[in-house]
Write a protein that binds this ligand. Structure first.
Ligand code: ZN
Length: 174
């Protein structure tokens, strides 16, 4: 088994009114996303995945959807307020159905499901390469980690619903 890891940062606000306390106020973090791709062997080019292509996909998605925006839950009244002010908002439970609120744990799940699509279609990807780990840091002391167990990550887009179900329910669809 060999793995490669890419990191990217994003400056993004969020709030967690369902938790109460200081997290219910809109606040920002300098987030770091760290995504690991694991493969049982190497490609003909002696790589797991071509770094440039994977980084471009990872940075492109994060910059477009999260950076310099806000992550909010779909029941948050700030969604309509920020949207009407033409502020960038990524809505959990709407733009991504996997979680209703943007906790650091939910952000790790979000990035895991997106990363599965980022590696799909990368030319020369090592056979059996899949997303094995996603670590999201919101501060220097707070981080969450998603790890693939038996979940078949690295799925083609048409299998994303099954992956989403796995992440939410911990079991394949009945
Ligand atoms: Zn926070």
């Amino acid at each position: 088994m060999t793995s490669v890891t890419c990191r990217h940062n994003f400056e993004t606000a969020h709030r967690l009114p369902h938790l109460g306390g200081k997290c219910q106020s809109l606040h920002g973090h300098s987030w770091w996303a760290e995504v690991t791709i694991l493969a049982p062997g190497l490609s003909e080019d002696y790589t797991v995945a071509e770094f440039g292509l994977f980084k471009a996909a990872m940075r492109g998605w994060i910059d477009a959807h999260l950076d310099h925006g806000a992550m909010l839950g779909h029941r948050d009244p700030l969604v309509s307020a920020l949207r009407s002010a033409h502020s960038k908002v990524f809505v959990f439970g709407e733009d991504w159905p996997g979680a209703a609120w943007p906790t650091v744990e939910a952000v790790a799940h979000l990035i895991a499901t997106q990363a599965a699509t980022w590696i799909h279609g990368i030319p020369g990807l090592a056979a059996g390469a899949h997303i094995s780990r996603v670590r999201i840091s919101e501060t220097h002391v707070n981080a969450a980690e998603w790890a693939a167990q038996d979940e078949p990550t690295g799925l083609p887009p048409q299998a994303q619903d099954e992956l989403r179900h796995l992440l939410q329910e911990g079991a394949p669809p009945a």
